[in-house]
Design a protein around this ligand. Structure first.
Ligand code: AP5
Length: 216
C-alpha cells in the first residue's frame, strides 16, 4: 500500500480522516503532533526540547522531527503521514528516507480550506489525550459533552488551541508549509480536496482520490 502525506493547515481535518482510514484500511497513522505530545507527557529529552516551540505555535526544528519519524518508520503497512512533512527540508528528508527503505515516493493530498473555518474548528475541538481521537462541540460532538464515546474517558482542549496561538500556527502554516503544495505539484504527486465539507463527505472524496472507494 502506498504511503500518503496528508497536507493541510491546523484544523483542516487531517487527524480526523487519518483515524477513519486507519480503522477501515489498516493504514498506520504517523502524527508528528501526537508523537510530540506523547514525548512531552513522558518528559523525554525530545519532549522537553519541543515543548516551548509547541506552546508558542512554532515549528519544532527539522532535525528533531526527522530523527523522530525515522525511528517510527517500520516496514509494515502503508503510512498516513499526518502533520509531517511541514517544511521543504522535511519533505526532502522523507523522500530520501522512503527511497532508502525501498518504498515508493509518497503521494500527497492537500486539504483545501479557508482560514476562518480553521479557526472555528480549532476553537471548538475536544480531544481524548490517551487515544488522540478528536471531536468538535458543534460539527462532530460526542454523545455526552466532555466524554469520549469509545472509552468513556474525559475529553480536553489542547493548550495550543487558544486564539493567539491559533493565529500564530496559521501564520506559520502559510509561511513554512504552504510551499509544499508546489513541491508535490511539481513532481505530480498532489491531489487537492475540498476540506470544508462535512466529515463523511471528505472521507468519501478522499477514498476516491486514493482509489480506495471500490465497494464503499
Ligand atoms: P499538530 O498536532 O500536527 O497540529 P496541527 O497541524 O496544527 O493540526 P491539528 O491536529 O490541529 O489539525 P488536524 O488537521 O489534524 O484537524 P483535526 O482532525 O483535529 O501539531 C502541533 C504542534 O506540534 C505544531 O504547532 C508544532 O509545534 C509541532 N509539530 C508537529 N508536527 C511538526 C512537524 N512536522 N514539524 C515541526 N513541528 C511540528 O480537526 C480539527 C477540528 O475540526 C476537530 O474538532 C474536528 O472534530 C473538526 N473537524 C474535522 N473535520 C471536520 C469536517 N469535515 N467538518 C467539520 N468539522 C471537522
Amino acid at each position: 500500500m502506498r504511503d500518503i502525506v496528508l497536507l493541510g493547515g491546523p484544523g483542516a481535518g487531517k487527524g480526523t480522516q487519518a483515524q477513519i482510514l486507519q480503522k477501515q484500511f489498516g493504514f498506520r497513522q504517523i502524527s508528528t503532533g501526537d508523537l510530540l505530545r506523547e514525548h512531552r507527557n513522558h518528559g523525554t529529552e525530545l519532549g522537553k526540547a519541543a515543548e516551548g516551540f509547541m506552546k508558542r505555535g512554532e515549528l519544532v526544528p527539522d532535525e528533531l522531527i526527522i530523527k523522530m519519524v525515522e525511528g517510527e518508520l517500520r516496514d509494515d503497512a502503508g503510512v498516513l503521514f499526518d502533520g509531517f512533512p511541514r517544511t521543504v527540508a522535511q519533505a526532502e528528508a522523507l523522500d530520501a528516507l522512503l527511497e532508502s527503505r525501498g518504498r515508493g515516493m509518497a503521494g500527497a493530498v492537500y486539504f483545501q480550506i479557508d482560514r476562518a473555518s480553521l479557526e472555528e474548528r480549532l476553537l471548538g475541538r475536544w480531544t481524548n489525550p490517551r487515544t488522540g481521537r478528536v471531536y468538535h462541540e458543534t460539527f462532530n460532538p460526542p454523545k455526552v459533552a466532555g466524554i469520549d464515546d469509545e472509552d468513556g474517558g474525559p475529553l480536553v482542549q489542547r493548550d495550543d488551541d487558544k486564539p493567539e496561538t491559533i493565529k500564530k500556527r496559521l501564520d506559520v502554516f502559510e509561511a513554512q508549509t504552504m510551499p509544499l503544495v508546489a513541491y508535490y505539484q511539481h513532481s505530480e504527486r498532489l491531489a487537492a480536496i475540498d476540506a470544508t465539507r462535512p466529515v463523511d463527505e471528505v472521507t468519501h472524496v478522499l477514498l476516491h482520490v486514493l482509489g480506495l472507494d471500490h465497494g464503499h
